[in-house]
Ligand binder design. Structure first.
Ligand code: NAD
Length: 476
């Protein structure tokens, strides 16, 4: 008997969780449950991250967590439970399989069958944001080498274990050459280790357009956090309904399984929600804990129910559906079909050993790091960049001169364009051609401060093994 943690969540959560548990029980899945309370009730009890401290112990003990959707309270002061769970438990990989169930579920993409693998811990979701000046806010995008290695290796291992033929990488490395550039570069490093699997790369904008247009041309697609968040919702929606897809969040030691949709407060308590998304999440869980045969039995019963035309309201279509059923009745139909095989769809066949593990990334030998200067960010309400530039140029020295000023990335000094719109946020680059000491930067900062320059922050400019590791100004 395997013990897993469950949480029924908010909105439609309890209805769909009860439906899913009734199917697991009827299929005799050897699982025992420890239930915890997350979401609205926990937030209201004063736990700002949506979970009571003692419930972490249960999650830690069982390692496997099946979670219904929760309602994230609006307004400040509350933290997203989903982000907290993913990051606290090190669930670096979010896996979302999306396929069509044509002709029983209406979709423009009958043969789509792809898997989005989304990096789950970093990127803009580090949640490091600051208001720096009255006009400008920033959010730090952090991409790490170990983070890229784990998720990209996971994507290839997933493809191999699930008999998939191709892994595609999405990034925006034409613009973000260091962050997305690292993601793409590590993809190119790891791909040759899997000669049995094809690989390719798209810039995320055209990639997203192609996925929305011809999803059937994609197989496994791996991408950084934000792109994965957006694109996996698109693929869920165009497969027929957000109510149909499940997802897994996989880490080195923990795993969490859920539906891709939210708590749907608009239909909660009405017995009309589709429990299929959470059921698909539960089937991913069964595969993960070595119960693939039971997952196959349930999936075959579920496909049979879809083929029989017993459909919940979200996928009900009078032309193909036979009967509109409620959440409970749908689950009962799946239970009645346990042991049956689908006629139209291929029988379910899940890999037998699908708990995929990837090695801890090895830290590469540290490179030689040398300091070349500093980007000094300044709050200044003036309008003419030459005025600020001339003042700072005098502060610069032969050893550490002012080399440029940018405003939101675009070079405005020296030789800017009058037309460039400027905010109150200026990045002033003091840089030397050869390595310098930190003391020199410190001295420059002190002189800036004494001359009334309002410094918001600094970002140091390094070269690693002689290669400059910072972006140029746009137009530089
Ligand atoms: P949602 O996914 O809850 O609902 C979007 C639309 O899809 C609604 O019209 C809803 O009725 C429908 N829908 C969703 N699931 C369905 C199902 N199983 N059967 C039939 N129809 C279904 O998205 P939302 O309305 O943007 O968010 C509601 C709440 O859920 C918010 O508080 C949000 O923060 C939260 N949320 C939680 C999770 C999670 O816990 N993993 C994920 C997404 C959103």
């Amino acid at each position: 008997m395997k013990r897993v943690t469950i949480a029924k969540g908010d909105g439609i959560g309890p209805e769909i969780m009860d439906a899913v548990l009734s199917i697991l029980e009827a299929a005799k899945a050897p699982i025992a449950y420890d239930e915890i309370t997350v979401g609205k009730e926990a937030y209201e009890a004063g736990h700002t991250s949506g979970i009571a401290p003692e419930d972490w112990d249960i999650i830690a003990k069982n390692k496997i967590f099946l979670k219904a959707p929760i309602t994230t309270p609006q307004g400040g002061g509350y933290k997203s439970l989903n982000v907290t769970l993913r990051k606290t438990l090190g669930l670096f990989s979010n896996v979302r399989p999306c396929r069509g169930y044509h002709p029983f579920v209406e979709t423009l993409h009958p043969s789509m069958d792809l898997v989005i693998i989304r990096e789950n811990e970093e990127d803009l979701y580090a949640g490091i944001e600051h208001q720096q000046t009255p006009e400008v806010t920033q959010c730090l995008k952090l991409i790490s080498r170990p983070g890229c290695e784990k998720i990209i290796r996971y994507a290839f291992e997933y493809a191999r274990a699930n008999n998939r033929k191709r892994v595609t990488c999405f990034s925006k490395d034409n613009i973000m050459k260091l962050t997305d550039g690292m993601f793409h570069k590590i993809f190119d490093e790891i791909a040759p280790e899997y000669p049995d699997i094809k690989n390719d790369h798209f810039i995320v904008d055209i990639g997203a357009a192609r996925i929305a247009d011809t999803p059937e041309n994609f197989d496994v697609v791996v991408m950084p956090n934000l792109y994965g968040d957006i694109i996996s919702d698109i693929t869920g929606q165009i497969s027929g309904s957000v109510g149909l897809a499940g997802s897994s969040n996989i880490g080195m030691n923990y795993a969490m399984f859920e539906a891709i949709h939210g708590s749907a407060p608009d239909i909660s308590g009405k017995n009309i929600a589709n429990p299929s998304g959470l059921l698909q999440g539960a089937l991913l869980m069964l595969q993960h804990i070595g119960m693939s045969d039971i997952a196959e039995t349930i999936q075959n019963a579920w496909l049979t129910t879809i083929e029989e035309g017993l459909h919940t309201a979200d996928i009900y279509n009078p032309q193909v559906s036979k009967q509109k059923v409620g959440t409970k009745e749908f689950a009962e139909a799946v239970v009645n079909n346990l042991g049956k095989k689908p006629n139209h769809f291929a029988e379910a066949s899940f890999p037998k050993n699908s708990a995929i593990s990837v090695p801890e990334p090895v830290r590469p030998k540290a490179k030689k790091r040398e300091l070349l200067g500093s980007d000094i960010f300044v709050y200044w309400e003036g309008k003419n960049p030459d005025e600020l530039g001339d003042k700072l140029a005098e502060i610069g020295t032969d050893e550490l001169p002012l080399t440029m000023i940018t405003n939101r990335g675009i070079k405005v000094y020296p030789n800017g364009f009058d037309e460039t719109f400027c905010t109150d946020h200026w990045r002033c680059r003091f840089m030397s051609a050869t390595p310098i000491t930190y003391e020199l930067i410190h001295k420059t900062l002190e002189i800036c401060h004494k001359n009334g320059i309002d410094i918001i922050k600094t970002e140091h400019l390094y070269q690693f093994d002689g290669v400059k590791a910072f972006s140029m100004g746009q137009g530089q």
